[in-house]
Design a protein around this ligand. Sequence first.
Ligand code: NAP
Length: 304
Amino acid sequence: MKKKDLVIIGGGPAGLTAGIYAARAALDAVLLERGVPGGRAVSTEFVENYPGFSEGVGGPELMSQMESQARRFGLEVDSANVEKLIPDEAGFLIGSDDGDIQARAVIIATGMQARALGVKGEAEFLGRGVSFCATCDGAFFRDKEVAVIGGGDAAVEEAMFLTRFASKVYLIHRRDELRATKVVQRRAFQNPKIEFIWNSTVAEIRGSTTIEAVVIEDVRNGETRLLPVGGVFMYIGNKPNSELVSGLVEVDEKGYIITDENMRTSRPGIYAAGDIRRKLLRQVVTAVADGAIAAMAAESYLTK
Ligand code: NAP
């Protein structure tokens, strides 16, 4: 069995930054990522609020730079889907589809994933009009009318992105006020291709081979109406990918891992960094800071 000082699980901004710091500290570390390194930022077309890029930077470009930087310092990055994390006498056993690794410390940087609405038609039309990624699928909706569900930064930014292709974008939000950052809101309000549908949710998605319409429900009086659209993009928030540490470390009521300011979880040797943590602000800039701290805290733990 492979033996390592440190295993970093997850290759988004938090995991890659932990990797950069671990490699520079000469720890024998490996980063395991089940998909493409870069995390959710890879499917963000443009990151405008990461300091150091006065004109903004493409999400894929920023993440590819972070990965190259980690590899330049010698970090081992492996493709593996981690299925179990079990404490043992040497520290932890990390089991994945790529084999088992024994490690003395672990950094959990598994992030979060998009939540589904759970309405009729959503699962049925996934990939046939229902999407969770405008950057990936937006171009399929050229000259069509589409709906975006949600009122946070992701919903509003992706609605604006979709106006490049779609003839019209309906932004359906359950309240009469957006949650998104003010500067993002202002831009969206000025976009003539976006029509806001307030105080409403989608109760059903209908179609034949692809989507033809959504049933919209007014949350104030329960009235429903049919809105013809060719696509529906879901941006109603996220849930943490914390099943791996279920029962192992303390999490909050939503499943986010609770850490101290040094990214230590309730179990010695397990650290958490990035969106998976209970925290106020989930952004690339806070994820990279978490990653750096987690790696340094793990180094201190390993050298004691
Ligand atoms: P979010 O901020 O949690 O927003 C989720 C939105 O979905 C909210 O408007 C919420 O409505 C709505 N919603 C939740 N459940 C719903 C339901 N069952 N039916 C209908 N609507 C529902 O999620 P996010 O936009 O994905 O953002 C997550 C984090 O990433 C945030 O910290 C955000 O700032 C960050 N982010 C940042 C950027 C950026 O800065 N460039 C871009 C994307 C995301 P309510 O408002 O009524 O709760």
